[in-house]
Design a binder for this molecule. Structure first.
Ligand code: TYD
Ligand code: MG
Length: 457
């Protein structure tokens, strides 16, 4: 009889070792390694005799026309459809991650109800709440009449049997992947091996049946999907639901999408009747602007294909301790250090003896280097105590040489600023070509030494 061996799997990153350790070598987490029995899964594959395997290769050209555009089901919830790239692709698997309580179940029951009302077969499998609790929530959301089939199951085999019993549904929600377990893996429910094996079974189901499967995953507080991180590479799309629990708006962000653009965001607002769409999020992230406070700059940013005006707030105060503090919320701390160094080296702005606090209004996270110029403007404004002009927006990437580099989509950024009543933009001269005259825009070059700036009015 074959000897059963055990192995040690990190519950955070899924790396496998042959012996136990207090700290995972791969991800550096403590106390995450547990012993799992080497079951049929992950063990040595059974010997395969080549002669009786069946496979088929198809020339790439033969496929053209057959699948020009992936068939999608749009929900009609525009903010959700934008993030998925125009609707759920049939036969695809999505992972929706987010902190507990952020609104994942609410969003998915709303999407499930809309699709069911449109006549699609929809099954909502909840391993976290009973069928009664899910129905109560649907009632609170005014969705109780939608023909969504509910199931409270956690065994993958039972779920697959349930799904196979009826007509194949178009849309299946598994809430959540952490509650699933399968007989194929011998380790305890909730372990990485269980999560991975269960996800594999759901992916196989989706590909074979053509149903769209959404897996819900809880994220740990440091932003990683615990356990389900190992699922990220198996699925077709990974969407993160983020937001500050204390505030009512939520951002759905696509970080991986085989069938659409990544970095698209959808903005929602949590209300007493579920998640509402926010079609014009710029107003939301602009904050209260009186035009009299120094240290506030409005950044004309892009999130995916959508322009977004965001207020950047800086506070620069003389340091009271020996070492100056740098505190950043919503932006990259290293990028702030770089801007501070450039300001010192090329503009003579010395902040070595000052504490610097930087905050992105509305709890949003900005990843774009185009925000450099707005950050620099906010810092200089706070240091000098002079408010920036209320009607100006800022964008441009700052290089180490002090040059202001052009950024993509200048025209879209300017249009959004104009729409919201801004009259001037401080931007890279390299973008003047895309700024388009058209609507009486006039550019003047700023004379700042070492900088290549333009101002548009
Ligand atoms: P939920 O969807 O259960 O979060 P998750 O599935 O990500 O854990 O959302 C729970 C939170 O949302 C809870 O704190 C209450 C709030 N909520 C509302 O404010 N309004 C509503 O209509 C609903 C259904 C929930
Ligand atoms: Mg939930």
């Amino acid at each position: 009889m074959a000897k059963r061996s055990s192995r040690f799997v990190c519950q955070n990153c899924g790396s496998v070792t042959s012996r136990w350790a207090g700290r995972c070598d791969a991800c550096g987490e403590w106390n995450t390694i547990t012993e799992e029995l080497d079951g049929g899964v992950g063990g040595a594959p059974p010997a395969v005799s080549v002669s009786n395997r069946r496979g088929r290769v198809v020339p790439l050209v033969a496929l053209s026309g057959e699948a020009e555009e992936a068939p999608r089901i749009a929900t009609g919830i525009a903010e959700l459809d934008r993030v998925t790239g125009g609707g759920f692709v049939r036969g695809s698997v999505l992972l929706v991650g987010g902190d507990p309580g952020i609104g994942k179940s609410t969003l998915l029951i709303q999407a499930a109800a809309v699709l069911a009302r449109a006549g699609h077969g929809v099954v909502y499998v909840s391993g976290e709440e009973s069928v009664g609790q899910v129905r109560l929530r649907a009632e609170r959301l005014g969705l109780a009449d939608a023909p969504v089939a509910l199931a409270a199951e956690t065994s993958v085999e039972d779920i697959l049997a349930t799904l196979a019993a009826g007509p194949i549904p178009a849309f299946v929600v598994i809430d959540s992947i952490q509650t699933l377990w399968t007989e194929l893996a011998e380790s305890a429910p909730g372990t990485v091996t269980q999560v991975r094996t269960s996800a594999q079974a759901m992916v196989r189901f989706a590909k074979a049946s053509g149903a769209t499967v959404v897996l819900v995953g809880h994220v740990t507080k440091d932003g990683q999907i615990a356990g389900p991180r190992v699922v990220e590479h198996m699925v077709d799309a990974v969407l993160y639901f983020e937001g500050d629990g204390a505030r009512q708006f939520r951002v759905l962000r696509s970080v991986k999408n085989r069938f659409g653009a990544t970095d698209e965001i959808g903005v929602f607002e949590m209300t007493g009747r579920g998640l509402g769409e926010v079609a014009n999020p710029s107003e939301l992230f602009l904050g209260e602007r009186d035009g009299r406070s120094p240290g506030m700059a409005v950044f004309a940013g892009m999130e995916g294909s959508r322009p977004l005006l965001i207020e950047i707030q800086a506070l620069v105060v003389p340091t009271s301790l020996g070492t100056a503090r740098r505190a950043v919320v919503g932006w990259d701390g290293n990028r702030l250090s770089m801007i501070l160094a450039v300001l010192e080296a090329h503009c003579g702005v010395r902040l070595g003896q000052h504490d610097v606090h930087l905050n992105v209004a509305g709890g949003l996270r900005i990843g774009e280097p185009a925000a450099d110029l707005a950050v620099a403007a906010a810092l200089v404004s706070s240091l000098s105590g002079v408010p920036l002009p209320k009607e100006s927006v800022y964008f441009g990437e700052v290089g180490l040489s002090g040059a202001i580099r052009p950024v993509p989509r200048a025209e879209t950024r300017l249009k959004e600023a104009e729409r919201l009543g801004f009259r001037a933009a401080v931007m890279p001269t390299g973008n003047l070509g895309d700024a388009g005259g058209g609507r009486g825009r006039e550019a003047s070059r700023a004379a700042a030494s070492g900088l290549d700036l333009a101002e548009i009015e």
